[in-house]
Ligand binder design. Structure first.
Ligand SMILES: [Zn+2]
Length: 329
């Protein structure tokens, strides 16, 4: 955004805010906080008049555009936040984290003869991964499972994650075929998202007979674990949000009792230790193959432990999600 375009827009907002504050001050008895805000608005307008608006008061470098647009009164770049500004930002992120946690499905959810477990961990306060388990109808014993990854990380990605959550939660009520569900979700996601943003995602429907349909929109291949043998389920299409009219195909498979599906985001497969070695799909495959017959929670637990050993203190830099969907024995 050109700064003069931005400033014209922000100046109007500041003038509107000034008007509201003056009205509030004339009507209210406790005016201290309003008067304080009014001073801040006036100071910002004064800086604009002098052409010094948008520069950090501490280091005099330009303040990040998106932060100014979100709050025209901020006075410091992100590196030079005042303790109060820092507290406000932390509080916001904390709240966002809580809201995102409330969007997650129930742990250890069971549907018919399917048992599940998942691990969901953000690299920062909020995650751009999408993890969901939905039982479409009460009478039905099928289960919809979803694991996706929005481009980028942090707050922007988490907003899109919440958008995906709303899209799928609404659409599953329509009882569509899986490929239709994906096509509609893709269209809605395209319409509400900037062209530079997309999401890879695996969506599956597990039926009570042991049959599973899987649709993969550009995401890491899920693994099928059958008596210690691990195979990749390689069907794939384009990620969501790329082409409005994208069609999706599904893969069908049948799980025997005790078989599991293992889904994950690249926060697992592409995790790197301090020697810059990638965790890799081979290691995942070997690990889950050796843990045949244990519960979904135990599989997740074993993976987390192995990842911790591998990282050996190296920081996790990407959002991490894994999920197990297992047919009862
Ligand atoms: Zn600064």
């Amino acid at each position: 955004m050109e700064n003069n375009v931005r400033d014209t827009h922000l100046r109007k907002q500041l003038l509107d805010r000034r008007k509201m504050l003056q009205a509030a001050i004339s009507k209210s008895e406790t005016t201290d906080s309003f008067v304080n805000l009014l001073h801040q608005v006036d100071a910002a307008l004064e800086k604009m008049a002098k052409g010094a608006y948008g520069l950090c008061e501490t280091c005099h470098e330009p303040i990040e555009n998106e932060r100014l647009v979100a709050d025209p009164l901020i006075r410091n770049c992100i590196e030079d936040l005042t303790p109060e500004e820092r507290r406000t930002l932390e509080h916001d992120l904390d709240l966002a984290h809580q809201i995102q946690s409330a969007l997650l499905p129930k742990q250890n959810l069971k549907a018919g003869e399917w048992t599940t477990a998942y691990h969901y961990e953000a690299a920062g306060p909020v995650s751009g991964d999408y993890c969901d388990l939905i039982i479409p109808q009460d009478k039905d014993e099928s289960l919809i499972f979803l694991l996706g990854d929005v481009t980028g990380k942090g707050v922007a990605a988490s907003i899109l994650m919440a958008h995906l959550h709303a899209i799928f939660r609404s659409l599953v009520r329509l009882d569509l075929r899986l490929d239709q569900l994906m096509a509609r979700a893709n269209r809605l996601f395209c319409e509400g998202t900037m062209m530079t943003h997309f999401a890879t995602l695996v969506c599956g429907r597990a039926h009570t007979s042991g049959e599973v349909e899987i649709c993969n929109a550009g995401h890491c291949f899920p693994f099928l674990v059958n008596e210690g043998t691990v195979t990749r389920i390689p069907s794939t299409g384009l990620p969501l949000g790329v082409f409005n009219s994208e069609q999706f195909s599904t893969a069908k498979l049948k799980l025997a009792p005790k078989d599991s599906l293992f889904l994950f985001s690249d926060g697992l497969s592409e995790a790197r230790n301090k020697s810059n070695v990638q965790y890799g799909e081979e290691r995942i495959s070997t690990l889950i193959g050796n843990r045949n017959g244990i519960s979904p929670q135990a599989i997740i637990g074993a993976c987390l432990e192995d990842l911790k050993d591998f990282l050996f203190g190296a920081p996790k830099i990407d959002d991490l999600t894994m999920m197990v969907v297992q047919r009862a024995g």
